[in-house]
Design a protein around this ligand. Structure first.
Ligand code: CP
Length: 309
């Protein structure tokens, strides 16, 4: 089925075949941009980019990708929109859809994104919500594919907080037949809907899904070790409490990496909090692919835009 015009809110909307098409187009467009031969598929199209939270990678990679494809990105800080003065999400969606061809949105509450998508006839792409980060995980799966040469049968160990990235990895990995073991403290589990979708996907693909407490057990036999911040955006008031819960047990350091497969790679969506969820020796070490991962945000989002908008 075509991805044209679809909303991308959680990643569960995409099939395994859709993701394979995104990866194929990612490679094709990356090769074409290198020789100055990108098709201007967004020519004459405008994309509104609403950001309620700060961003480095997502904002810049989307802006660059839209421009490279001949489109016009419009960065809209939430604070500078009438949203900040109480205009509803629904009215904002109806108005924006009269001007632009797609909306990319980073919001604090996933329910706001759902309202936006419900009311906007144009496609809405999640640029991170409190529950899901689909564009990140598309880039992550592509990075695993590039570094390992295949996806089905790989094992990902996610260590730390059950964040939006962890939720989306559960969905994305299981769709592609990648085993995923999550190790998180009690009370910091991934989203229950994400776990349910992961188990459904795993029934189709045969992937293994585990939610554990012990990081050493999760990384046993892992090809990829992944972590994310212990203090997500908006949770700064819980910082001290969270660091006490997560440290030192859930930090990815050389000792933990040594329990994974010898050729395991380390991944992190960034920004990293060095000395908290990851030690310098890992993120700066030869096993780290975090900057390839960041670069792949641009390549995979170029393909997503070309397929959706
Ligand atoms: N990984 C990620 O989404 O980075 P930004 O918050 O910088 O966009």
């Amino acid at each position: 089925m075509s991805m044209r015009g679809m909303d991308l809110l959680t990643l569960q909307e995409l099939s395994k075949r859709d993701l394979e098409r995104v990866f194929e187009l990612t490679k094709e467009l990356r090769a074409r941009v290198a020789v100055g031969d990108l098709p201007p598929v967004l020519s004459g199209k405008s994309v509104a980019m609403i950001f309620q939270r700060p961003s480095t990678r997502t904002r810049i990679s989307f802006e660059v990708a839209i421009r490279q494809l001949g489109g016009h990105p419009i960065y809209l800080s939430w604070e500078e929109l009438q949203l900040a003065r109480g205009e509803t999400i629904e009215d904002t969606a109806r108005v924006l859809s009269r001007y632009v061809d797609a909306v990319v949105a980073r919001v604090s509450l996933h329910s706001d994104l759902e309202k936006l998508a419900e009311e906007a006839p144009v496609p809405v792409i999640n640029a991170l919500s409190n529950r899901f980060h689909p564009c990140q995980v598309v880039a992550d799966l592509f990075t695993m594919l590039e570094h390992k040469g295949y996806l089905e049968g790989l094992k990902v160990a996610y260590v730390g907080d059950g964040t939006n990235v962890c939720n989306t990895l559960l969905v994305g990995c299981t769709k592609m037949g990648v085993d995923i073991s999550v190790a998180c403290p009690k009370g910091y589990d991934p989203d229950s809907q994400a776990i349910e979708w992961a188990r459904e996907n795993a029934e189709e693909t045969g992937a293994l899904v585990e939610i554990l407490r012990d990081p050493a057990k999760a990384v046993e036999g892992a090809d990829v070790v992944y972590t994310d911040t212990f203090v997500s955006m908006g949770l700064e008031a819980e910082r001290e409490k969270r660091l006490k819960v997560f440290l030192p047990k859930y930090q990815v350091n050389l000792e933990l990496m040594s329990k994974a497969n010898p050729d395991a790679i380390f991944m992190h969506c960034l920004p990293a909090h060095r000395g908290e969820e990851v030690a310098d020796e890992v993120i700066d070490g030869p096993m780290s692919v975090v900057f390839d991962q960041a670069e792949n945000r641009l390549h995979t989002q170029r393909a997503l835009l070309a397929l959706i908008v």
